[in-house]
Design a protein around this ligand. Structure first.
Ligand code: GUN
Ligand code: ZN
Length: 463
């Protein structure tokens, strides 16, 4: 009798403790909660593509989204026992996604005077050469990821260099921050200095070793990374084909039709294989896990082919303007329902900030309008679509939308807190915003790293 009485007391207190811990693990973040559930250009009314709670709350438990909604209704459900962080007046959104970026190019931002092919030869290859030094690669990888957190980017697809050490350094740094990252060893064997090349045999064996070590390790994924068709022989393209066959569902990242010079080089190197995108497709590299940076000089039928196979184009406006590469045609992408993401393409791109990337993507659409024969048919990029591309659109393009990019229950709690009053200029601009659309437009044009008040990785505050 005495024993069973004690047992009941013990079980009871255990139960109490367990409940208290569960409640203790829930944290609510109160603020203006905003996230997409759909593509605003694919629904009749843009308002059906997102959720916006002016006095909202985001509940997070054990690093995952528990629920997002209206504060007044949810506070009754979760009670007063859960921790509440007050970000009233600030905007809480999913972390930004940068679908194309070169971490090894950080130090060479603002390299003057050249366009793509010459810029690569003169500045990029000598800079990337340094990444065979693991210590140096580690230093830059850490600097890079700290900068991403500073600008509110929580997921990126990243080019490393031809040196396996550059990939090791990157994944190690990402793992230590528990960030959801995709990266891969960039390989090429043509049209570059000898030190920047890797043979097909080595490209295959080194990629394979890195895939086996890092793919699907925690929040990390591997992307097979043939650098660009004009830098690869037939044999080296086949390395990518083989890796995709051996690892079904693996990511692939590359460059596509960035400028006209590279388009002409591909025509000469792969006669009879069609245009730039068709060359990739002929090697089996166009899948629903493939992303193609730039995709500027492509035809409407290429946009259709991308859509049919589920591949994504990555719009990299600051890079395209900096290198004078061209103006991405988001109108055609929308017309054919092609997946699109935003990329900084740093350091041909000039900022790691996705807010600043949105700023320039808007301007690219304005320039397209100015140069169009039918200006009325070209719409300046809508702020809703811009924010969609930076979050859920990016996640869908990278086939990561079951994990990040939105606030559905169970998703990983990577989110950012945007301060609409972070600078006097933004505060003044936002004070006259009349709608959510206008708030977003003010943010994307005037906002920068100072606007990112906080960055959370799996529910942990990193900024
Ligand atoms: N094409 C092949 N490599 C690169 C690169 O590093 N940057 C850009 N912008 N384009 C490329
Ligand atoms: Zn690039």
């Amino acid at each position: 009798m005495k024993w069973s009485f004690l047992k009941v007391i013990a079980c009871g207190s255990l139960l109490l403790t367990a409940n208290a811990v569960a409640a203790g693990n829930i944290t609510g973040y109160r603020g203006q909660v905003f996230y997409f559930t759909d593509n605003p250009v694919e629904v009749k009314n843009a308002a059906d593509s997102y959720k916006y709670y002016e006095d909202g709350v985001l509940y997070v438990q054990d690093g995952k989204i528990l629920e997002a909604g209206d504060y007044a209704s949810l506070k009754n459900k979760y009670g007063n026992n859960v921790a509440l962080v007050d970000y009233s007046g600030k905007l809480i959104t999913p972390g930004f996604i940068d679908a194309h970026v070169h971490y090894a190019q950080m130090e060479m931002v603002a390299s003057y005077g050249d366009q793509l092919v010459q810029w690569l030869e003169k500045y990029t290859m000598p800079t990337e050469r340094k990444f065979s030094d693991l210590q140096y690669a580690t230093k830059i990888a850490n600097l890079f990821l700290d900068q991403l957190i500073n600008v509110g980017t929580t997921t990126a697809q990243v080019f490393c260099t031809v040196a396996p050490q550059s990939v090791e350094a990157f994944f190690t740094a990402a793992q230590s921050r528990n960030m959801r990252m995709i990266a891969g060893l960039a390989f090429m064997d043509e049209n570059a200095p000898d030190y920047a090349l890797i043979t097909p045999e080595k490209a295959y064996s080194e990629s394979k070793k890195l895939i086996d070590k890092w793919n699907n390790k925690g929040r990390l994924n591997y992307s097979v990374t043939p650098r660009s068709a004009y830098l690869l022989s037939d044999a080296e393209m086949q390395v990518a084909t083989r890796l995709l066959k051996e690892y079904p569902g693996i990511h692939l990242q590359t460059h596509l039709a960035e400028n006209m010079e590279s388009v002409h080089m591909v025509e000469k190197m792969f006669p009879g294989k069609g245009d730039y995108l068709e060359v990739y497709d002929s090697y089996g590299l166009l899948t629903n896990h493939s992303t193609f940076a730039h995709s500027i000089w492509i035809s409407d039928s290429d946009f259709q082919l991308l859509a049919k196979k589920g591949g994504a184009a990555v719009f990299c406006p600051t890079s395209n303007l900096f290198l004078g590469s061209g103006l991405f045609n988001i109108g055609s992408a929308n017309k054919y329902h092609t997946k699109v993401a935003l990329g900084t393409d740093y350091a041909a791109g000039t900022s790691l900030s996705i807010l600043q990337t949105m700023n320039e993507s808007y301007k690219v659409t304005q320039l397209r309008k100015a140069f169009s024969n039918d200006p009325d048919s070209v719409k300046p990029l809508d702020p809703f679509q811009n924010f969609y591309l930076a979050t859920l659109g990016g996640a869908r393009a990278l086939a990561l939308d079951q994990y990040v990019g939105s606030f559905s229950p169970g998703m990983e709690a990577d989110f950012i807190v945007l301060d609409l009053q972070s600078t006097p200029v933004l505060e003044l601009r936002e004070s006259r915003s009349q709608s959510l659309q206008d708030i977003l437009f003010g943010l994307e044009i005037v906002g920068d790293d100072r606007t990112i008040a906080h960055t959370y990785i799996m529910g942990e505050k990193a900024k």
